[in-house]
Design a protein. Sequence first.
Length: 334
Amino acid sequence: MRDTTERPDAVEAGTVKLVGTSFEKTVSEVSELLNSESYYQHMSQAHNRLWRRPGQSKDCGLFKFNKYRRLMKNRVKLALEDMLDVIKSSQLCLFLAWFDIRVRYRRSKLGPFWITISMAIFIIALGVVYSKLFKMPSAEYLPNLATGYLFWTMIATTLIESPTIFIENGAYLKDMKINQLVFIFRALARNTIIFLHNAAFIACVCIYYQIWPKWPVLLLIPGMALVILNLFWITLLFGILGARYRDLAPIIQSLVQVLFFVSPITWLPKLVGADSWVLKLNPITYFLDLTRSPVLNQTPEPCSWIIASGICILGLAVSMVLYAYKRDRIVYWI
């Protein structure tokens, strides 16, 4: 008893019939099949052109290709329906994200602002020391460090959580039929809310150093949207692979630690040169340029838009195809 099927070709050919989940309709269809000779003969003699009959070898490869093509088309359709459904359920994702934060900081007076306080202490201490080491004025170094570390925290948290996103929600996936993309949007919404809390410290830094908003700050909106889209496909891709291969989680944690030191967070790009391979081969460089530069009244480089958009398109295509092909297997891996 179901409303959807993985064999639409069989329904179209007439070899099977999709009757839905209604008990009365199911009994009616089964009774007609048992009692009506013509109805029985019609279904028994129907032929699905995508399946070979016994002994039929002609165009075997074509039959297999058509079968695989129809199967993938149906899976991609279901994956796109999941995407549209989770967009319509955005309020549910936001509620779950806010509920996660409230549970985490239950009975706390300051709540998530504890993260902001700890971040402020870390940035101020690091800024004072590193500005002396790099021989740079604090008015130049500290705003770059604060904004870079703010956006990096969001990116790093999402990367670390992504391999275990389905594993941690395994209880829901095993007990009920639920759109799996809800957990992806839930994690992104939770990290975005925490990011907005931490942005209060960045506002204080900008006010202290008299960095007033100008027109480039408007570029923060499309830049942030592009970064979040990239984080979406990264979370989806690593979530699927992490459910299948449990070694991915510690690998990502180690990789995040390395990325922190090789990305322009605690140091400025001009210190290593604009043509350095450390910058060109590091996608975090382009993500930070799209988000940090507008806050500091600077225009992001055109190559940052192009490369980040290219990564986004390619990543979304790969992750959605993988999700369409393996969406039914995730629950068996966790």
